[in-house]
Ligand binder design. Structure first.
Ligand SMILES: *[C@@H]1O[C@H](CO)[C@@H](O)[C@H](O)[C@H]1NC(C)=O
Ligand SMILES: CC(=O)N[C@H]1CO[C@H](CO)[C@@H](O)[C@@H]1O
Length: 347
């Protein structure tokens, strides 16, 4: 039950971090690999210095009961000789500009091209890359920046870009027509690649961008939030409302992504976050460490108790997910879901 657990997510992930969780008796079963594992932010590659042998690393993690989830973004570096760029160009998969040439936008690796996930042919092209990538022992995929986000001031691609969508979803249209479903279609294609790699296993995909129906393919987290009390507060209504909107598996970056948490904020957020359907800590590179023990003994104990509480409730949470799967009900539900017999007094 991959997703019922607390995920540790740092930029420099070592199995040592997991061993520390084990030694300290704090549950943690998934390591998340943010973009830094890649070679120069090129999707489907590994940084040779830090990840010379990903398969052995993953085997080592598996041997101590830990899974790993790896990021894939839609922006593909425009670079001669890079196998994904070459294959995509040969197969004519990139989103085009109004003049018919591939659109180039700036993201982490610099100039990038973007697969047109509105076409089934192109989703299959991506899914095959995912299938091959999974053979490194990858347990799940994390899709980020799939709004699609650019690092330039316009934030996303021009609305005049052209997608060659399949006829059943609208055919050839400009980007404004498909913008809102792009992220979901990427998650779908990633999901389909995981199925291709192993039909016996339930795929796990996390996506930042989504749409009505995304829950069929992926979980969602609430994006690059801030380490402050307001964002802790907002994360409650966001998770409840995502549930009411059909996405049962969601949660925020516990402790906040940007900025430094304080011991008090981190402990409180973990107390709440351990009961969210998707429960994961994550923080931006360059912030202070956000491991439970980074904030002193009291905070560590608060986190341990919160996460052990989640594990005690695992069977119940599993049941909620099963009911959600069958009936589409939220996993984290607002109080009024408790029915008419509950009399509430709010002070
Ligand atoms: C995109 O297409 C729609 C029709 O589907 C049209 O109304 C709109 O003006 C177009 N936008 C751009 C920027 O080309
Ligand atoms: C849960 C939460 O507070 N999410 C916020 C994280 O930050 C993004 C952007 O900075 C906001 O849009 C979210 O509301």
């Amino acid at each position: 039950m991959l997703v019922m657990i607390f995920h540790c997510c740092t930029y420099l992930v070592l199995s040592q971090v997991i061993r520390t969780f084990r030694e300290k008796g704090i549950p943690c079963d998934v390591v998340w690999m943010d973009i830094d594992y890649m070679d120069g932010f090129r999707c489907f590659t590994f940084d040779n210095n830090h990840f010379p042998d990903p398969k052995s690393m993953v085997d080592d993690l598996h041997s101590i009961g830990c899974k790993s989830i790896w990021m894939l973004d839609p922006g593909i570096k425009e670079e001669k000789g890079y196998f994904v760029y070459e294959s995509g160009s040969e197969n004519d998969v990139w989103i085009k500009k109004a003049d018919g040439s591939p659109f180039i936008g700036e993201v982490w690796p610099g100039d990038c091209v973007f697969p047109d996930f509105t076409s089934e042919r192109i989703r299959t092209w991506w899914a095959r890359l995912v299938r091959d990538f999974i053979s490194n022992g990858v347990d799940g995929i994390w899709n980020d920046m799939n709004e699609p986000a650019m690092t330039t001031t316009t934030k996303t691609m021009p609305e005049s870009n052209i997608h060659r969508g399949d006829a059943d979803i609208g055919g050839v249209q400009n980007h404004s027509y498909y913008h809102n479903v792009y992220g979901m279609l990427m998650a779908r294609s990633t999901y389909e690649g995981m199925v291709m790699s192993n039909t016996e296993k339930r795929p796990f995909v996390l996506t930042r961008a989504g749409f009505i129906g995304s829950q069929r393919y992926a979980a969602t987290w609430t994006g690059d939030n801030l380490s402050n009390w307001e964002h802790l507060h907002m994360s409650l209504s966001m998770v409840l409302q995502l549930g009411l909107s059909g996405q049962p598996l969601s949660g925020p970056d516990i402790g906040g992504f940007a900025g430094n948490a304080t011991p008090r904020l981190f402990g409180r957020w973990m107390g709440v976050g351990a009961l969210f359907p998707f429960s994961r800590g994550h923080s931006e590179a360059g912030t202070v460490d956000h491991e439970p023990w980074s904030f002193g003994e009291e905070c560590e104990e608060v986190c341990r108790l919160a996460l052990l509480r989640r594990y005690r409730l695992l069977l119940h949470i599993y049941t909620l997910f099963y009911v959600s799967h069958k009936k589409g009900t939220p996993v984290a539900a607002p109080l009024f879901f408790a029915g008419n017999n509950v009399c509430l007094t709010i002070h």
